[in-house]
Design a protein around this ligand. Structure first.
Ligand code: KG4
Length: 336
């Protein structure tokens, strides 16, 4: 099917996003409202506030997305929504709104997995990218290595056993007094820092060498900060931030390369908020060059949550026959 306009909703965490995407690859509009400032007051996402803010924003953003796209309601061919994983109350806002819109317009409803959406952000930036490839999905809630055999055929090769990479950045940023979300402020702080100054642990996970763990690293960095504060010692903050970024990147990048080799993939794509990180991007670039892999790094604005990535993945889900009806639910945890 061509010239298919999908109206897509994303509300799994603290961004309300509505987008119109044509044929899975062309972004006609991408309306987004971040609640990050609100949650920053509390040092992290407050689920109840997130749900309420989604309710307040979603109708207005829908009007904006249609207007920006220059598409009327009649010009929408299908409605898509993130149904999981994420904060359950936040997801339910998007799912219920999307159901109502699909019902009112008489159009098909397509459920989309949030992480499949993150991977699909690459299709929007790189028209030449097609499966199969290896995806490194690194966001605030998830860190996983995914074998993308087809647009809707994928499996997890490795994942974090505890915290996500983004969460690790965020929690360490918090003890350093940096604003939420802490990934970007940590990146800025790390500039000019010595990434070898603070020896931080690199995890080895028993059972699956592609699995990851970030909680030991998080605790080590948090303890380091608290000890320095208690002893009244000066902390080299840029070097600590640089050491954290190095530790996180060394957890992620070699595993992604190893996974690509095992699958026989020649292409690696990064996805999710942490894929915006300068250190991670630089390490991926070098490692892919050294191992003869083609690397796709989405532009920064497509790394974080957005509606366009959901609209992109939805097109391929639609082609594969995915449809939902009014019984569609939201799921805090959902297999990819
Ligand atoms: O993909 P995303 O917007 O939301 C989820 O689906 O979780 O990712 C948000 C995460 C946050 O933890 C944030 O601190 C992190 O991505 N992040 C970064 C950077 N920009 C965002 N982490 C490291 N460096 C960055 N530049």
């Amino acid at each position: 099917m061509t010239n298919m306009n999908i109206l897509a909703f994303e509300s799994s965490c603290d961004e309300t996003a509505v987008s119109v995407v044509r044929d899975g690859r062309q972004v006609l509009s991408d309306a987004i409202l971040s609640q990050a400032d609100m949650h920053a007051l509390y040092g992290g996402v407050v689920p109840e506030i997130a749900s309420r803010k989604h309710v307040e924003a979603i109708a207005g953003l829908t009007d904006q997305a249609l207007a920006d796209a220059g598409v009327t309601k009649a010009g929408i061919d299908a409605v898509a929504v993130t149904c999981g994983p994420g904060l359950i109350g936040a997801l339910l806002v998007g799912v219920n709104f999307a159901k109502s819109v699909a019902c009112a317009l008489g159009k098909p409803l397509i459920p989309v997995h949030h992480l499949r959406g993150h991977i699909a952000a690459n299709y929007l930036a790189f028209p030449e990218l097609e499966p199969p490839f290896l995806a490194l999905c690194i966001s605030g809630g998830n860190s996983m290595i995914v074998d993308v055999r087809g647009y809707t055929d994928m499996s997890i090769l490795g994942a974090t056993r505890d915290d996500a990479a983004g969460e690790c950045f965020d929690k360490i940023a918090r003890v350093l007094g940096l604003p939420y979300p802490g990934g970007k402020p940590m990146e800025e702080l790390a500039q000019g820092g010595d990434d070898a100054k603070y020896p931080l642990p690199r995890a080895k996970v028993a059972g699956n060498d592609l699995d990851m763990s970030f909680s030991g690293l998080k605790t080590a960095a948090v303890n380091l900060v608290h000890n320095a504060q208690q002893k009244g010692e000066a902390l080299d903050r840029p070097s600590l931030a640089a050491s954290v970024a190095a530790a996180i990147s060394e957890e992620l990048v070699p595993r992604a390369i190893e996974a690509a080799k095992r699958c026989g993939h020649h292409t690696l794509a990064a996805a999710g908020g942490v894929a915006a990180n300068r250190r991670v991007r630089a390490d991926l670039e070098r490692a892919c060059r050294e191992n003869g892999l083609r690397l796709f790094l989405p532009p920064l604005k497509l790394c974080g949550d957005n509606g366009a990535m959901i609209g992109s993945q939805a097109y391929y889900e639609f082609l594969a026959g995915a449809r939902a009806d009014a019984s569609l639910n939201a799921y805090a945890n959902l297999e990819i």
